[in-house]
Design a binder for this molecule. Sequence first.
Ligand code: NAD
Length: 339
Amino acid sequence: MPISCTLIPGDGIGPDITDATVRILDAVGAPFAWDIQLAGMAAVHAHNNPMPDATLESIRRTKLALKGPLETPVGEGFRSVNVALRKTFDLFANVRPAQVILPGGRFDKVDIVLVRENTEGLYAGLEHYIKIGEDEKAAAESIALITRLGSERVIRYAFEYALAHGRRKITLVHKANILKYSQGLFRSIGQQVAKEYEGRVVYDERIVDACAMQLVIKPEQFDMLVTTNLFGDILSDLVSGLVGGLGLAPGANIGAHAAIFEAVHGTAPDIAGQGIANPSALVFAACLMLEHVGERALGARIHHAVNATLREGRTLTRDLGGSASTSQFADAVIARLLA
Ligand code: NAD
């Protein structure tokens, strides 16, 4: 039985990398029936709406989406569609595995899974301007909302992920020394949940600034990280930088009733339309999606083929020092899978 999956090509390099990813999946008979939908700028151009009802209805029906990156205007303009999708479908856990694939970089042994709370914190969307005198925008306030429910479910998800994937240690990253209420709550819930997993998963804590420094100096000491929304956003890009850049980092947005898989990177406007983006991150995201639907072996096979193509080094995209196009890279992966 084919599995219905919403496919959002996205903006910028999105259509190129989704096309490459779908070709690779289709080549090995991955069981997806694609329902192609628009979001982001592509949807603004087509329907004057960055998040059309048809796209939301499709995800509501399939409960599964593979998504290219979406452009968000900086400052003024519509709110991030990515954030809106996470909130609409209550995709509370953002899982970002990062592993060294290409030897010879700064580190050889980094293998970190970062679990980021995805719906609360400073990204809860609780923002407003404060008028003082005649100045409508004399000040601005953004509220970092941390709830017991939101913290507990994402921390528990991280522990369950650790058990399911043979991970040994979780480091909770916080700033409870300064933000004693919001970050303090997240940290104390971490300590409570950790007790339930004592003897099975080691629990550790770091203050976010120290953690950023230690990630750059000695990342091998970390196994899994769990943290609040903003810290997770920043640290996951940092971690992807440790293992070869954004072109290789996938992400899964997991909720109780839907899951959306994507690359960590954005629309890469500097190289959009040139057909030279690296599709690996989105292909890896598709591998996470295969695992999610119970096709772990197929996901592992594709992951292995991408890794081998990257390590062989003959068909690399420009971000990794090669000159291959997006579709040439996909062809090389397909050739390896079908060999
Ligand atoms: P970006 O990730 O798009 O690009 C950062 C740098 O990495 C650029 O130099 C880019 O060329 C390079 N890069 C990224 N992906 C690559 C790939 N697959 N292959 C080769 N090089 C790659 O970040 P940005 O420029 O800060 O953001 C651009 C837009 O993307 C913004 O509108 C932002 O809001 C959006 N964005 C969307 C998502 C998402 O949809 N999940 C995530 C991040 C940013």
